[in-house]
Design a protein around this ligand. Structure first.
Ligand code: NAD
Ligand code: IPM
Ligand code: MN
Length: 360
């Protein structure tokens, strides 16, 4: 049997709870489809700071580089919020993304038909089966620009800078157009070109790349308008391509249209097969350790791993179908339940993992 080596970073808060469920699903998918997932647990984030003094120990990055793919829960929490920026748990995430050269972040926001009730928009606004792919640039922009403390007129001040090179913009735009070709053939670039120079370059390069894809419709939008349009008329979007920070913000907004932030998976990809897979949400310290976390975003991220890194599309489809079936059967975690959900249908993290497993 093919053996895949998967580096696992459970992380902080709800990380261990949700990752454990995704690992069970990957293991089961392997049994069904004839491959073996060998998990190698490594530390990153707050738990790594506690154990080693470093958010991203050297050996963690090395283990990830040596693996077929990386499964990650979430990092961070209030106990580390007072650390200086360079020492915070979140630095580990940025270090992994840049260290593995994962410049593409795919964040699909798909409203499961069974969750139409959980979407806060009226059914006539959200439309039939909202299905948006956010393509977020992940290793550039303000996240990786020069930042620091300074003085302005003698007063303490701080700055962060946004810089994008033409090749950085070109490669992420190509990913967006290639993705759109397999979908509904429409890419919207989101920027702030009315103010930011980096956005003006972004917009120009986007339209240059668009000429390579005459079969795909290309348009652009300012970020403030895009944030509004997402709740006004989400059905107008197919693929959204945008910068690191705008993609971060828009994807949390889009997640709510799918019912809950607990539903949105992501794949971080580079030029090779190696990818990192994690839910879009964070470590949810407010519900950590209570069995309340929705594991579906992480399980759906594992499905993306099967598709993009492990070349197991049938297994990926099967996991996606099992998620949809669990929801269609009425199973809910608390975040996607509502007043009409019977008590006995509201599941813990582990029970939801089991529901998906039994349908796989
Ligand atoms: P968050 O996404 O952790 O939580 C926001 C809200 O959504 C909370 O009310 C939480 O309970 C809820 N929520 C999140 N995931 C859920 C799930 N699976 N099921 C049910 N409810 C869920 O965002 P935050 O509170 O702003 O951040 C908490 C910590 O996580 C911070 O330290 C932040 O830096 C970190 N963070 C990490 C990642 C990551 O590791 N990828 C992503 C985002 C935030
Ligand atoms: C995400 C998170 C991270 C980001 C943080 C924790 C660094 O919010 O993955 O969306 O901003 O990219
Ligand atoms: Mn985020």
């Amino acid at each position: 049997r093919t053996t895949y080596h998967i580096a696992v970073i459970k992380g902080d808060g709800i990380g261990p709870e949700i990752v454990t469920e995704a690992m069970k699903i990957l293991h089961l998918a392997g049994e069904k489809f004839g491959f073996l997932c060998q998990f190698h647990e490594v530390l990153a984030g707050g738990c790594a700071i506690e154990a080693t003094g470093q958010a991203l120990p050297e050996e963690t990055l090395e283990a990830c580089l040596a693996s077929d793919s990386v499964l990650l829960g979430a990092v961070g929490g209030p106990q580390w919020d007072t650390l200086p920026g360079e020492k915070r748990p979140e630095r580990a995430l940025l270090g992994l993304r840049s260290g593995l050269d994962l410049f593409t972040n795919l964040r699909p926001a798909y409203l499961q038909p069974a969750l139409a009730h959980a979407c806060p928009l009226k059914p006539e606004i959200v439309g039939e089966g909202m299905d948006i792919l956010i393509v977020r640039e992940l290793t550039g922009g303000i996240y990786f620009g020069k930042r620091g403390r300074t003085k302005v007129n003698g007063a303490p001040a701080a700055f962060d800078t946004e810089c994008y090179s033409v090749p950085e913009i070109q490669r992420i735009c190509r990913v967006a157009f290639e993705s759109a070709r397999k979908r509904r053939g429409h890419v919207t670039s989101v920027d702030k070109a009315n103010v930011l120079e980096s956005s003006r370059l972004w917009r120009t390069v986007f339209h240059e790349i668009a000429r390579e894809y005459p079969d795909v419709t290309a348009d652009d939008m300012f970020i403030d308008n895009a944030a509004m349009q997402l709740v006004h008329n989400p059905a107008q979007f197919d693929v959204i391509v945008t910068t690191n920070m705008f993609g971060d913000i828009l994807s949390d907004e889009a997640s709510m249209l799918t019912g809950s932030i607990g539903m949105l998976p992501s794949a971080s990809l580079g030029a090779t097969r190696l990818g990192m897979y994690e839910p879009v949400h964070g470590s949810a310290p407010d519900i950590a350790g209570k069995g309340l976390a929705n594991p579906l975003a992480t399980i759906a991220s594992a499905a993306m791993m099967l598709r993009y890194s492990l070349d197991q599309p049938a297994a990926a489809d099967a996991v996606d179908r099992a998620i949809a079936a669990a929801l269609a059967d009425g199973w809910r975690t608390a975040d996607i339940a509502d007043a009409s959900t019977p008590e006995e249908k509201i599941l813990s993290t582990v029970q939801m993992g089991e529901a998906v497993a039994s349908l796989l």
